[in-house]
Design a protein around this ligand. Structure first.
Ligand code: NZQ
Ligand code: ZN
Length: 385
């Protein structure tokens, strides 16, 4: 096992009715700035629950952050921070809102230059406004990690940044608020969480059996509760397990002491920037093509995945690996998630050229061994026809 640091300071408040506890979770003094997206939280009553709990507080709101949060919109929120001087930011929404709030928290205090540098140069975030979150969509794990992803259409970029100052102070996770999610968002969440685990698990062995089994536990639970929670959205226990799985998939625990991949994510971001695919849609297209291309590099872990997650006979390793990848694709398709770029009417040749340009610009060498560069990304995307 490799050396690692593990630190997760976010307090999780999980379960029914927990939004009412916000009043005791936010700091006792100062203005609170809610950061929100579209109408969903007004329609499902989450906004009203938040306002009820904070009724004795001075609250202002910045709303209108869209999926794949856009830099220009977030900078409007930074202007609002400068006008209103809140003591605390409260994100209410899915990954886009939580990530956007992390950027606002950092950019509001960034004095070294243009705030875009937080993404473009991964500039150090030395100071940030404190933040908390109310999660409405289980998927990204953003509620208890220090990561954010921001897009800038004018530059055709979608960039990941991270900083310890950006861990939320608390994450309120009430599974009931997710009952209003449309099926495609539930499907996206299951697939995103599943792929987060695979990006930290399907690499090469470093004798870390606990991390392997923790990853397998999340995968097996998602296989069990994913289809169930999609079929029956008001099954509280299935939704609660799904929500906790999505959290555990990217809260920093699974990557302790092991190599990670994340090439699927990096290439997927190029597809989102170019074609507007939802995050999970984009990575679902990349994953299986990448695994097929990298199956020799990932052989040992793929075999373990075949045996322990898919319960396959591994006497013939190549067959078992092919089957495990096919099962994974089948699982996604069964949730209603397409896995081919052509399912979206996208030309794979064109898409591969865009991805190549994006990776060349960053001189990217991706994957657990740094073996996936622009040329390999082209092969991966072309295989998604
Ligand atoms: O706009 P509103 O009305 O809020 O509707 C949202 C949005 O349209 C809707 N929604 C959210 N909660 C709902 C709901 N609708 C009904 N009922 C509810 N309870 O869902 C739509 C999608 O929301 P979004 O926040 O975009 O989804 P998600 O949570 O999947 O976040 C995706 C973003 O997170 C980034 C992605 O790249 C993408 O930008 N990621 C962040 C990560 C992180 N911080 O660690 C890791 C991930 O790999 C990912 O990259
Ligand atoms: Zn993801």
């Amino acid at each position: 096992m490799r050396n690692f640091d593990y630190h997760n300071p976010t307090k999780v408040v999980f379960g029914k009715g927990t939004i009412s506890r916000l009043k005791n979770l936010v700091p006792p003094q100062g203005k609170i700035m809610l950061v929100t997206g579209g109408d969903s939280i007004r329609k499902n009553g989450v906004h009203a629950q938040v306002m009820e709990s904070l009724k004795k507080r001075d609250v202002v709101e910045f709303s209108g952050i869209k999926p794949n949060p856009e830099y220009d919109t977030l900078m409007e929120a930074v202007d609002m921070v400068k006008r209103e001087d809140p003591a605390f930011l409260l994100a209410v929404g899915g990954g886009s809102i939580m990530d956007g709030t992390k950027f606002i928290a950092a950019a509001s205090k960034y004095t070294a230059g243009d705030p875009w540098e937080i993404c473009s140069k991964l500039a150090k975030v030395l100071e940030a406004l404190p933040l908390g979150v109310v999660v409405t969509l289980p998927a990204t794990g953003s509620e208890t990690n220090n990561i954010g992803v921001v897009s800038r259409k004018s530059e055709r970029k979608k960039i990941v940044f991270h900083a310890d100052k950006l861990f939320p102070q608390f994450a309120v996770m009430d599974p009931e608020v997710t009952f209003s999610l449309p099926d495609n968002q539930v499907r996206n969440g299951i697939v995103d969480a599943f792929i987060h685990v695979l990006e930290q698990y399907l690499t090469y062995p470093v004798d870390a059996p606990l991390q392997d089994r923790q990853a397998e536990a999340v995968l097996l639970t998602l296989l069990e509760v994913g289809p169930k929670t999609l079929r029956q959205k008001d099954d509280y226990d299935a939704r609660a397990s799904f929500m906790w799985c999505a959290n555990q998939a990217l809260n920093g625990l699974l990557k302790c002491g092991v190599p990670t991949d994340f090439a699927t994510h990096r290439i997927g971001h190029e597809l989102t920037v170019q074609y507007g695919l939802a995050h999970a849609e984009a990575i679902a297209v990349v994953l299986c093509c990448l695994l097929r291309r990298q199956k020799e590099d990932k052989q040992e872990k793929l075999l373990q995945f075949a045996q322990r997650v898919w319960n396959l006979d591994t006497t013939s390793p190549d067959l078992a690996i092919n089957q495990a990848i096919a099962e994974t694709e089948c699982f996604f398709n069964g949730l209603g998630m397409p896995t081919r770029l052509t399912d979206y009417g996208i030309d794979v040749k064109e898409a591969s050229e865009y991805a190549k340009a994006g990776l060349e610009r960053d001189q990217a060498k991706l994957g657990e061994r740094g073996l996936i560069g622009p040329a390999e990304a082209v092969e991966i995307i072309r295989a998604s026809a």
